[in-house]
Design a binder for this molecule. Structure first.
Ligand SMILES: *Cc1c(COP(=O)(O)O)cnc(C)c1O
Length: 387
């Protein structure tokens, strides 16, 4: 047995003995990354079209993010939110600028951001219920799970906080019908990620906004996956010119470092003591996020996402594969609806040096780092063409 196989085997052995086997894993162990590339423990290189699932927008180990984390770690790693820090104030200001929202609350993940949004919606409105959409994914903790539609994720954990009404996505009338006098908020993804890269028709979010205004219902946009340039705008809401009351962020926020946040409109805020997170907005996460946002700005990655996304989709269309029923998305958030399951394409892609993801059964989802190069896109499409 070669030395690299032994290393891999020992990792798998430990994992299977000590780690809960709740993840279905592919047979590689990743070791390092740079830009849109990662390498496994055997030294094999992959072009990463998963990016930690829309996390590594600035690429793996972006030098500025690495530097910011290293510098901050030598200065102050953690302090309680009982005290101010310069990095948290700076990040809040920056996020307010790029989101167009007024107030921030910091946490550590997407699901935590959803929990905060739901609690804020209830506390602010004095109402209880939620309206969510079929195909939604908002996270795995109890509250976020309650607004996540997938039965298999929900069932073993019921009862979940309710009531939640699920209505078909991209159907504003269905939302109007579902809202009643005890609806605290409507929660939607501007593009559904996990549900299959579902892009709504252009007036959907605007109509939902109007319905929420008319019925005095709060509107929550879950931009956890669509944020930070992923779709070719800073946030996907910017395509539709709609402002939610509360918006959630996570995934790419910290440049790979775990972080979540919600942003709200002025006046829609937690009162003192209503919510908290020990690690929320910690110095390391804030420093990483500031560096990542700075890199996105400096390198023009929002625009680049839009342009490279168009290039990528055009190339995929050029394959003229009959089993590609639809190629959809915005920017570098792309989904290929394949005729049969895409699970095998992912396994074969892995062998040929590209990381792919299959969601909703037959949607090949591609969310590469926004720094992916034209040559790398060409290579990926070449490989996909032969899968
Ligand atoms: C990934 C995701 C979440 C959950 O984020 P976690 O950090 O995994 O808890 C919530 N909403 C959307 C839209 C997501 O894509």
């Amino acid at each position: 047995m070669s030395e690299t196989t032994e290393i891999y085997n020992s990792i798998v052995e430990k994992d299977s003995k000590y780690v809960m086997q709740n993840y279905g894993r592919y047979p590689i162990a990743l070791d390092k990354g740079a830009g849109a590339l990662v390498w496994d423990t055997a030294g094999k290189q992959y072009i990463d079209c998963v990016a930690g699932i829309a996390v590594n927008n600035v690429g793996h180990c972006h030098p500025q993010v690495v530097n910011a984390i290293q510098e901050q770690a030598g200065k102050l790693i953690h302090v309680s939110n009982l005290y101010y820090t310069d990095v948290q104030a700076d990040l809040a200001e920056k996020l307010s600028q790029i989101t167009g929202m007024d107030r921030l609350f910091f946490c550590n993940s997407g699901t935590e951001a959803i929990e905060a949004a739901m609690k804020l919606a209830r506390a602010h409105s004095g109402k209880k219920n939620f309206v969510a959409t079929e195909g939604s994914f908002h996270g795995r903790t109890m509250g976020a799970l309650a607004v996540t539609s997938k039965e298999a994720y929900r069932k073993p954990f019921e009862p979940l906080p309710g009531r939640v009404d699920f209505v078909s996505y991209d159907n504003a009338d269905a939302i109007a019908d579902a809202i009643d006098s005890d609806t605290a908020a409507v929660i939607v993804e501007p593009i559904q990620g996990e549900g299959g890269v579902n892009v709504p028709t252009s007036n959907y979010l605007k109509e939902v906004r109007e319905i929420c205004d008319e019925t005095d219902t709060l509107l929550i946009f879950d931009e956890v996956q669509t944020g930070f340039g992923r779709t070719g705008k800073w946030f996907c809401k910017d395509y539709f010119n709609v402002t939610p009351d509360i918006m959630t962020m996570a995934k790419a926020l910290g440049g790979g470092f775990p972080m979540g946040a919600i942003a709200s409109r002025e006046g829609i805020v937690f009162q003192k003591g209503q919510h908290a997170a020990t690690f929320g907005g910690g110095p390391l996460a804030c420093a990483a996020a500031l560096a990542s946002i700075n890199a996105i700005e400096k390198e023009g990655l929002v625009e680049r996402s839009r342009i490279m996304g168009e290039y990528f989709v055009k190339k995929l269309e050029g394959l003229n594969r009959e089993d590609f029923l639809e190629i959809r998305g915005k920017g570098l958030m792309m989904g290929v609806h394949v005729k049969d399951s895409c699970a095998e394409m992912v396994t074969e892609g892995l062998e040929r040096g590209v990381l792919l993801n299959c969601t909703a059964g037959n949607i090949l989802r591609m969310v590469p780092p926004l720094v992916i190069t034209e040559e790398q896109v060409d290579s990926v499409v070449d490989i996909i063409g032969n899968l």
